[in-house]
Design a protein around this ligand. Sequence first.
Ligand code: AMP
Ligand code: TRP
Length: 335
Amino acid sequence: MKTVLSCIQPTGEMHLGNYFGAVKNWVDLQSEYKCMYGIVDYHAITMPYDIKKLREHTWDLIMDLVAVGITPENLFIQSLVPEHAELGWIFNCFCSYGQLTRMTQFKDKSQSENVLGNDQFISAGLLGYPVLQAADILIYKADKVPVGKDQEQHLELTRNIAQRFNSTVGKEYFVLPDALYTATPKIRSTADPTRKMSKSAGRKHIINVFEEEQRIRKQIRSAVTDTGTAEEGKMSDGIDNLFELLKATKADASLIKQHEDDYYSGTIKYSDLKESVSDAIVDMLAPFKERRKELAADKRKLKDQIRASSAVIRKKAQETVNEVKDLIGLMKVKN
Ligand code: AMP
Ligand code: TRP
């Protein structure tokens, strides 16, 4: 069975954009591949963050992921597998400084308000971020990495590091991983459908997966439908987004068709469409909420499970790091 690995940063609540755009795909991949999903808290400290909240965000995200269908055995927390950082250090020496400075994510993040507003402090960790990402992937010899297109450059860098390492040691030691791009719905902000649903845009632009029903309905009711930007004969971004949500939630096919027919015949009432979208979202989220409530009632149990799964996954990471150290002349720790 091929190995799939992906990771997510613990930066707050999971919204519908995260769910439909990535996490749902992770859930589905579990039936086809051996999957490993990491909560990458070492990555989270590359940008200004709240020390008091990081651990809480990590556990909250774990609970969210398990509630929507990720198997606990497939999850690990990066800082519970410190070998990622060790391999990351080694990989720093197999990656050129110039290539890192050319990463678009580094250029964007180092110029973002979040960093510049913070004394213009750009951490070296932010520059090294993709090297640590390469370690996350290669440490498990993962075959496939489900990510968005924005991570293409980081995957390319990962392969470059693997190749440089392999040619240095004269052995095809690392598997060259491939990105796994799955067509997933792109969800836009309901408050401003010209932009994508994103935490950085602000609270009114996101609908969280574990949101109160009333707030979901209110937000959909006030969704912008006409942005005045649509070309003749084309759906506006706002309407398109509502249909996208309706389809993504797997609402009843005949209901979707009815709304589409009404739209194209010009008889649609947007309030009806919005009500269907709200109903579909609320119905889809109900079992997730139920599951999360159960998980929250026994946090200790889940935390113990994740510590255990991280320990199991760590064995593989330790094996790789030991082999790598051996191959390049470093000392192995004797147990
Ligand atoms: P936990 O239930 O595992 O999140 O831990 C409960 C409390 O123990 C936390 O709120 C921390 O104050 C402390 N704690 C847990 N893990 C660590 C750690 N790795 N280093 C320092 N303090 C920790
Ligand atoms: N950089 C990824 C992102 O911003 C997160 C990430 C870290 C990751 N390590 C990874 C993704 C390893 C895939 C594999 O979304």
